[in-house]
Design a protein around this ligand. Structure first.
Ligand code: ZN
Length: 163
């Protein structure tokens, strides 16, 4: 297990649509993605953020509070979402120290496969719903900044550089 190097904005890989996972065993990669996420430290990490252009992300929304709830999502799909939305400032390990306000549905129902190939469907709300949508954006080549207007983006990026 090892910590992988992070991909930083505006690397072109953060703008690419990822390919579906197709039965390959991603357990070694997922173990490394958890190591990388915990080391960063973060609560979610998607494939493109470590240069893996596959539809996979890992999430643990509670570990910073002392309880680990690691989850790996392969080929996630949102099958239902609430009309109610809320706005929250989001950070991103690929865009360090930059908080971006993003509007998202408050509740979602997600279908995915886990690292062992088991299918799941579950409803999420609160921080988990937000984190899942943030990571799924990465799988479609979108980052937080893509939720802003061009002028707002230019303003927030003024004088900003990533590692
Ligand atoms: Zn991110």
């Amino acid at each position: 297990m090892s910590v992988l190097p992070l991909v930083f904005y505006p690397d072109a890989r953060l703008s690419e649509v990822c390919a579906p996972v197709n039965g390959e065993d991603l357990r070694p990669l997922i173990a490394d993605m958890f190591d990388t996420m915990y080391a960063a430290p973060g609560r979610g990490l998607a494939g493109p953020q470590v240069g893996v252009m596959k539809r996979v992300f890992v999430m643990d929304c509670t570990w910073k509070e002392g309880t680990r709830t690691p989850m790996a999502f392969l080929n996630p799909e949102i099958v239902d979402l609430s009309a109610v939305e809320d706005t929250l400032e989001e950070g991103c390990l690929s865009i360090p120290d930059l908080m971006v306000p993003v509007v998202r549905p408050s509740e979602i129902t997600v279908r995915w496969t886990d690292a062992l190939g088991v299918a799941h469907q579950q409803a999420f709300d609160g921080f988990e719903a937000r984190c899942i949508q943030h990571e799924m954006d990465h799988l479609d080549g979108r980052v937080t900044l893509d939720h802003m207007s061009a002028s707002a983006r230019a303003e927030i990026l003024q004088g900003y550089t990533t590692p």
